[in-house]
Design a protein around this ligand. Structure first.
Ligand SMILES: CC(=O)SCCNC(=O)CCNC(=O)[C@H](O)C(C)(C)COP(=O)(O)OP(=O)(O)OC[C@H]1O[C@@H](n2cnc3c(N)ncnc32)[C@H](O)[C@@H]1OP(=O)(O)O
Length: 404
């Protein structure tokens, strides 16, 4: 069997690696026009390849980012993306070799967390990633989905071109959205890629909401799909890919604007937070049709002591949790979680979790009770389940909703 040679790629190899990744996703290579913005996000030493002989067999990349965690801390986090293995070289350990090198590298960089969006749910649990947040996709018939008189009225909404949006959206996002648990940093390169690349970018529409004082406090991005340009018999769908409001009034203001757009008859909004009160803003809650609930951010605690110490805990008795981390064994051991913080300890564990389930619990999306009922948490002390849930409880559900 050929040995794996996993190493950071040279800049001259980035294009081949990206093309390999796109092919693994059954997609064409990046265009010449899009490549400069895509490659600008890459950082030296963070683009990995696995060579079998002289041949590039797989690749993975991590982008420097950060993640907001319960309690308000923002931790450095590696945003893992671009994972692909040549279709004729799968299932011979290429991904496993790359994940090992990448996670060790992330830890050496002092980033306690790694995160990703998964193409399939069966891939990343074995490497210690768990589903830490979820989103939903909703659709609304714009003629039947009427906002209730009780819904906040919202303020002024104006349309922007993408070039102007590139200038002002990053600041709005940073001000209104970045503190929620699950929110990640959107770097300048992320905004370039999102707003200025892709055939889709040409069709992208942008609206900004401002409050009564004229302060911008929300935005929406969407593309339009029309199946009949005569508009007499067809469907004109607004595919909303991003909608952020600093408060309920801003979010409703943007929804109101979209619902009232002439000629459109369907809104399909992806990556919405699970706790968005859309059903309660509408006169008829059934007009918010949930098309699916999806895993959003997959999270891996790379440095468990640091990550556990960085988040906040609720008021409850301490609980001792044993962490089993087969892929990064130095994380394994017992941790005492308490309102004042978390630290390693030698006490007897009341609960045992594997690294992927620790990732699932970390932002508060799922309860210990749920995972215990699924035998995903081993319970040594029944009373510890409820206590741990009070320690880990958060006031809202986590939401990322940012692709990378
Ligand atoms: C963050 C992102 O970029 S998400 C995008 C991920 N990329 C894709 O989905 C592109 C298409 N798929 C691929 O490129 C590859 O199949 C990969 C990257 C998913 C897996 O690469 P491989 O080199 O085949 O993985 P590797 O051989 O290391 O497999 C490790 C283990 O995971 C399992 N595994 C690998 N892929 C999958 C999968 N898609 N579903 C379930 N199990 C899987 C293997 O069976 C193996 O299990 P074992 O240890 O019990 O034998």
């Amino acid at each position: 069997m050929t040995d794996h040679d996993v190493r950071p790629l040279a800049e001259t190899e980035y294009r081949d690696a990206h093309t390999l990744f796109m092919a693994a996703l059954h997609r064409p290579p990046a265009t010449e026009g899009d490549w400069p913005a895509l490659v600008a996000r890459y950082e030296t030493g963070r683009v990995w390849g696995d060579f079998l002989g002289d041949e590039l067999a797989g690749t993975t990349t991590s982008l420097p980012s950060s993640l907001s965690v319960p309690g308000g801390a923002v931790l450095p986090a590696a945003a893992v993306t671009g994972v692909g293995v040549r279709a004729d070289r799968t299932r011979r350990g290429v991904l496993t070799s790359m994940m090992r090198s990448q996670l060790e590298d992330v830890r050496e960089r002092g980033e306690p967390l790694a995160m990703l969006h998964a193409s399939e749910t069966g891939i990343y649990g074995r490497f210690g990633y768990g589903v830490a947040s979820r989103t939903r996709t909703v659709s609304l018939d714009t003629h039947r989905a009427i906002l209730a008189p009780t819904a906040p009225s919202g303020g002024d909404v104006r349309l922007l071109g993408v070039a102007e949006a590139r200038k002002i959206l990053p600041e709005i996002y940073e001000r209104i959205g970045a503190a929620r648990p699950g929110a990640i940093a959107r770097t300048p390169g992320w905004w370039d890629t999102r707003l200025l690349t892709g055939a889709e970018g040409e069709q992208l529409r942008v609206a900004v909401h401002s409050d009564a004082d004229g302060i911008d406090d929300g935005f929406a991005l969407w593309n339009t799909r029309i199946n009949d340009h005569r508009f007499d018999n067809g469907v004109c769908t607004l595919q909303v890919s991003d909608l952020r409001g600093g408060d309920a009034a801003a979010a409703v203001g943007l929804w109101r604007f979209l619902l009232n757009l002439d000629l459109a008859n369907v809104i399909l909004a992806a990556d919405r937070p699970l706790d968005e009160p859309l059903e309660w803003w509408l006169a008829d809650s059934r007009q918010c049709r949930v098309r699916g609930v999806h895993d959003d951010l997959w999270l891996r605690l790379v440095d468990v002591p640091t990550a556990l110490a960085a988040r906040a805990y609720g008021a409850a008795e301490p609980v001792v949790v044993e962490v089993r981390d087969a892929f990064l064994p130095s994380n394994s051991g017992c941790y005492r979680l308490a309102p004042e913080g978390a630290r390693r300890c030698e006490d007897r564990p009341q609960l045992t979790v594997d690294a992927d389930m620790l990732g699932a619990l970390y932002l508060g999306d799922v309860s210990v009770a749920t995972l215990a009922a699924a035998n995903r948490v081993t319970v040594h002390d029944d009373a510890a389940v409820e206590t741990a849930d009070r320690l880990l409880a958060t006031s809202g559900v986590p939401w990322c909703g940012t692709g990378f």
